[in-house]
Structure formats: structure tokens, C-alpha cells
Write a protein that binds this ligand. Structure first.
Ligand SMILES: *Cc1c(COP(=O)(O)O)cnc(C)c1O
Length: 453
């Protein structure tokens, strides 16, 4: 029988996270203080993040050891499986071999616990009492609530209003794990009240929700803030995905030609891609890397590469990244996890260095791919990774014409069990598919912070 699943045992769980910064041709530009525009130091971040995480944010070391307490929690679901999508290949009639690394086996149903667990661990180890955060689709909020439950931390979540209304069961899940949840913008913070005064029915945005969570963390000494994507330490934690996949593809006797993932803030894509990028930079393999984003939030493909705030109110450091402007409010598309105005500065730098490419897709083509995948492989993909699946299917279809036996590896970063409403809307033909209007991007970009660099 042909093998369709490649499993590692617990003893093969990675012992270290991989930091791609150590191997890049040039270092990424530093974050700047929002007031002075000077590079920030660790002490500037201390009110917001645990020291253990700040050290990881700035480290140039190639490998960072995973604490045993974190590996012990990872073992609840890791190593995660690598599947060969044989039935999808057959349905496409392609000679390409398609593999997917499935992160939906985690307690929250996505890759997010790979970083929520170490973030809760380092904060608890430093005596912090509570973590605040934002969430879009609710994946990150539920992942952090889960991790906080294991390390006895309180967890307070601001969820983007549009998603809060669309996906009520993520709220229930956060509450089951012991977290508290508010719709954002909320009346609980200055940032939220300011937005509501201007736009009482604001659908919210990740940028606004971040402002609210950061404001509360900055105002309390025993509270810190946790971010589920974008930052260097988050991408670092996610590299367990790629390290495992390297071993699993070797078990399958294959090396990848194309690695494709969806990008919101960049963490699941980078988590899969960076260990393979290390191998490529060392000349051991030659895969191409493709990041796929929604047309409604085209950060890499239509944003500018500039210093901008990570949040709407301008409370965070300035980071150089691909951005649509910090006051960007996206249309309420279903891939809630892909609606951030910016992109990981590290992934933006890797993109500017010419090491990866990117493309944008409309919702309908993504759900087409999601349904085809569900009907062949049996997993209903979250709306976010359907972007990557659509590109993988397109490439495999091209291989049918050319006869190329390409090896395609994709990140199936979550399932859709809390997002079925999105599939309902797709079947009812109610998905709105306008690309984001250029005037709105141009307008938001006029409000980028002005730096004399
Ligand atoms: C959060 C999330 C994303 C987007 O975040 P990245 O940092 O780009 O990975 C994508 N897919 C799922 C399932 C998510 O939960």
C-alpha cells in the first residue's frame, strides 16, 4: 500500500527553534522608538513582553533551546503529521506530489499554540499574573487562553468586532479555557472609545484590537501583552513546523520544489519555510517559496515597505515592514486571520532580499480549493490555508500539462470547525470579491509616520 502519512515519534520532537536571522545575507532593519525614532533597546520592550521573549526577539544565535516544560506541553499534539495528498493528486490527475503539514491537530485547531505555549511559559516564569491580547478569527485568542490555563495565568482577549459576531464559538472556547473576551473596539480602553466616538458601528481591525490590548498591558505592572504573529520570537517558535517537516519529507524520500503557505502576519508560512530556507542557503536543496495572501488585504503584493506602527493608535515601536497603513480597516472577508495591515518585519526583509515570492487571491478561488481538498482528503481547511491550497492546486494542475513531477509542500495550518459559516456563505454565493480599492491604500499610506532617515 502506498504510504500517505509520515509520523515522527515523541523522541524526535525538535529540541531547538531555528533563527533564520543568523543565516541571512543582510540583517533586518531595527525597530525604532515611536517618539525618538532611535533604535529601541530591550528595556523599551520590557513593559510589554517577558525578558525571555525579548531576548529571543533580538537574538542573533542560530538555534534557541526549547525549554523542557514547553516540549512537555508540545507533546500533547506534536510532532504533527505530514500527509501526502494522494487522493487530491488523483482528482487533479497530476504527476506532482503534494504534501501537507497539518497543524489542525493542536488543542486550538491551528499552529498558534506553538507560540502561545512558550509565551505563557516565559511570562509565568517571570511572575506575570495576566496576559492581554487581540484576536481576529479567534484562533489566537483560544490558543493563548489554552496556554494560560496550563501555566495559571489570567487571559484577556480583544476580538475584532466583525469576527466576534461571525464566529461566536471561538468566544465559548476562550471561556472554556478560562479566558475573558471583549469585542473590539470596546469602551474599556481609551483607544477603543476614541474609535467608537468616530465610528460607532466600526467592524474593528487587528490594529485597533492590538491598541486596546497593549494599552491595558502597559498600564499594569503584573500584566504583559502577547502577540500571535508578526514578531521575530513568534516566527522563531513556529519553526518546529519546518524542522519536523524536514525529517518527515526525508522519510518520504522527497525534497520539495515548491513550499507554499498563506500569510497574515507571516508566522505559519515562516515556521514551515525558514528551516527549508536554511537548507537552501547552505546549498543542500533548492525549493522556491511562495506566500499567498487575500486580495482584500494584499500586504506583500500591494503594500509599501516602510516604517509603520504595528497598531492603529501608534502605541507600538515602529517596524520596517510591508504595510497598507496602520489605520487600514479591511473588508470583513472570511479569512479573519489574514486581515492584518502589516507583515512580519523579518518575513518582509526576506521578501525584499528576493528569497521568497508572493501572490494574492480572491476568496472564491480559495473556497473552491478548500472544498476540493475536503472532498478528497477529508479535512475541512480553515479559510486562511485555502489560499495556499488554491496556489498548490494551480501549480499541480500546471504540472499535469507539463508532466513535471514537482514536489509541493504546503502548510495546512488549521481546520475550519469554527468557521463553517464561511463555507455556508460560499455555497450561498454570498462572498464579496472586490480587490481592495487602490484609493483606500493610497489614502492610508499618506498617514505613515514621517521619518528623517
Ligand atoms: C492566525 C492564523 C493565520 C495567520 O497568521 P500567520 O501568522 O500568517 O500564520 C493563518 N491561518 C490560521 C489557521 C490562523 O489561525
Amino acid at each position: 500500500m502506498p504510504q500517505s502519512k509520515y509520523l515522527l515519534d515523541e523522541s524526535q520532537l525538535p529540541t531547538h527553534w531555528y533563527n533564520v536571522v543568523a543565516d541571512l545575507p543582510t540583517p533586518p532593519p531595527p525597530p525604532l522608538h515611536p517618539g525618538t525614532h532611535e533604535p529601541i533597546g530591550p528595556e523599551d520592550l520590557a513593559p510589554l513582553f517577558a525578558m525571555g521573549l525579548i531576548e529571543q526577539e533580538v537574538t542573533a544565535e542560530r538555534y534557541v533551546e526549547i525549554p523542557e516544560e514547553v516540549r512537555d506541553v508540545y507533546r500533547l499534539w506534536r510532532p504533527s503529521p505530514l500527509h501526502r495528498a494522494r487522493r487530491l493528486e488523483q482528482a487533479l490527475g497530476t504527476p506532482a506530489r503534494i504534501y501537507y503539514k497539518y497543524e489542525g491537530v493542536s488543542p486550538a485547531g491551528s499552529h498558534k499554540p506553538n507560540t502561545s505555549v512558550p509565551q505563557a511559559y516565559y511570562n509565568a516564569a517571570e511572575g506575570i499574573r495576566r496576559l492581554t491580547t487581540e484576536t481576529g478569527a479567534g484562533q489566537w485568542g483560544s490558543a493563548l487562553a489554552f496556554a494560560c490555563a496550563l501555566f495559571d495565568l489570567e487571559c484577556e482577549v480583544w476580538q475584532v468586532r466583525a469576527s466576534y459576531d461571525q464566529k461566536p464559538y471561538r468566544k465559548s472556547m476562550i471561556e472554556v479555557f478560562g479566558g475573558t473576551i471583549h469585542a473590539s473596539p470596546s469602551e474599556l480602553t481609551e483607544a477603543g472609545r476614541k474609535i467608537l466616538a468616530d465610528v460607532p458601528d466600526s467592524p474593528g481591525s487587528l490594529g485597533i484590537a492590538i491598541s486596546e490590548a497593549v494599552e491595558v498591558a502597559a498600564g499594569d505592572e503584573t500584566t504583559r501583552y502577547a502577540l500571535g504573529s508578526v514578531l521575530n520570537h513568534v516566527l522563531l517558535h513556529q519553526t518546529v513546523i519546518g524542522e519536523e517537516a524536514l525529517l518527515q519529507l526525508a522519510m518520504a524520500g522527497d525534497t520539495p520544489d515548491l513550499i507554499v503557505g498563506c500569510t497574515g502576519g507571516g508566522s505559519n508560512f515562516a515556521g514551515l519555510a525558514f528551516p527549508f530556507l536554511r537548507e537552501k542557503l547552505a546549498g543542500r536543496m533548492g525549493p522556491e517559496f511562495l506566500a499567498v495572501e487575500p486580495e482584500a488585504c494584499p500586504t506583500l503584493t500591494r503594500g509599501v515597505y516602510a516604517y509603520d506602527y504595528g497598531d492603529t493608535a501608534g502605541l507600538t515601536p515602529l517596524v520596517k515592514m510591508h504595510t497598507l497603513g496602520h489605520d487600514f480597516v479591511p473588508d470583513p472577508i472570511h479569512a479573519g486571520g489574514l486581515r492584518y495591515h502589516g507583515m512580519s518585519p523579518l518575513l518582509s526583509h526576506v521578501y525584499e532580499s528576493g528569497l521568497i515570492s508572493a501572490e494574492a487571491r480572491n476568496q472564491r478561488s480559495c473556497f473552491d480549493a478548500g472544498v476540493m481538498f475536503a472532498r478528497t482528503e477529508g479535512i475541512v481547511p480553515a479559510p486562511e490555508p485555502t489560499h495556499a491550497l488554491a496556489s498548490a492546486i494551480e501549480e499541480a494542475t500546471r504540472c499535469r500539462e507539463t508532466g513535471e513531477e514537482k514536489v509541493i509542500l504546503t502548510a495546512l495550518c488549521g481546520h475550519a470547525h469554527f468557521d463553517m459559516g464561511a463555507y455556508d456563505r460560499y455555497f450561498a454565493d454570498e462572498l464579496d470579491d472586490r480587490p481592495y480599492p487602490q484609493e483606500q491604500i493610497d489614502d492610508a499610506l499618506t498617514r505613515l509616520p514621517q521619518l528623517d532617515l
